[in-house]
Design a protein around this ligand. Structure first.
Ligand code: FE2
Length: 317
């Protein structure tokens, strides 16, 4: 039995908002589906969401642009590092040309039998496109990238760790590792849950970088969310994780579009356990056609709308 169906979204701390929107929509061609704010803490910071054509769980990248608040992070070990995206099998030449045209340096790779393209977000965060055959998740074509090249969704999460063993133990014992551990060079990977795509955890041995930051700060990966099927099962998974001794797991947080617990893993990556509940979904406050156009706030922040908007950096999206 497994309650994790696959990935849900990736969340990053990036630099400035406009630069982030332009990178994800004008270069990567993703769909801008939600413009809101960070719900935790008192600093007004955007929360921006991007996805494939249909906003599928397992296709969403979200960002907090922290440069406005002057907060910067450090990429290092014992931290989530690479944003891994699944792209059509024969699209990497297209992407190499497109990235280069936009001034984004990229380098090819070949790991675990798949061709890859490595590049960086303007804030420095590492991105990897992985050529994937047969991925049925529909890429978004509305921002000028044809369907034969468009990003299907998430491929997985890259984590840099002092020692892979503790993270493998976590996956095997409490977090629905599915199938064998594969190893290649300094890397190991496993899959989580039953999904056919988008659920790789790739661990890179790294004993040379300093410890990466876990707090918010531009230029660092913040967390990776997994998709669970029901709120009841989510509660049961939390109970079991605590029962295994990983008691640093959060209370249930209402993120409007989904409800989540967060747990710090022994590899340093923060995992989120997300459920898109009956009242949630990207279209719970905007029509499916109008996603991302308006600035959305949860009801509890609505009375502060003018004040919040006046403290956010301008954004032409
Ligand atoms: Fe999240």
């Amino acid at each position: 039995m497994t309650y994790v169906t696959g990935s849900h979204h990736v969340t990053l701390s990036v630099g400035h908002a406009q630069e982030d929107v332009d990178f994800h929509t004008k270069i990567l061609g993703l769909r801008f589906i939600k413009k809101t704010v960070l719900y935790d803490g008192s600093a007004p910071v955007y929360h921006l969401y991007y996805s494939n054509a249909n906003g599928d769980p397992s296709s969403v990248v979200t960002t907090f642009p922290w440069a406005q608040a002057g907060l910067y992070g450090t990429r290092g070990t014992n931290q989530a590092r690479e944003v891994m995206l699944s792209v059509p099998e024969r699209s990497l030449d297209f992407w190499a040309s497109r990235l280069t045209e936009h001034g984004v340096e990229c380098t090819p790779g070949d790991v675990f039998g798949s061709r890859r393209l490595n590049f960086r977000h303007p804030s420095g965060i590492e991105y990897v496109m992985v050529a994937t055959a047969g991925d049925p998740r529909e890429g978004f074509t509305g921002n000028g990238v044809a369907a034969e090249y468009a990003i299907h969704g998430i491929h997985g999460i890259g984590v840099h760790v002092y020692d892979q063993d503790r993270m493998v133990e976590f996956g095997n014992e409490v977090f629905f590792a599915n199938g064998e551990i594969e190893e290649e060079g300094d890397r190991a990977r496993f899959r989580v849950g039953e999904a056919a795509f988008g659920n790789f955890v790739e661990l890179t041995g790294n004993r040379t970088d300093p410890q990466g930051t876990w707090r918010y700060g531009a230029g660092a990966y913040h967390h990776f969310a997994w998709n669970l099927d029901t709120l009841e099962n989510q509660n049961e998974v939390k109970f079991d994780i605590e029962g295994a001794g990983y008691t640093d797991i959060s209370e249930l947080k209402d993120r409007t579009y989904f409800k989540s617990h967060y747990v710090r893993t022994p590899g340093g990556a923060l995992f989120e356990l997300a459920v898109t509940h009956n009242e949630g979904g990207w279209d719970c406050d905007e029509s499916p056609e109008e996603l991302g156009r308006a600035f959305m706030l949860p009801p509890r922040f609505e009375h502060e709308r003018d004040s919040i908007m006046s403290r956010l950096e301008p954004l032409d999206s």
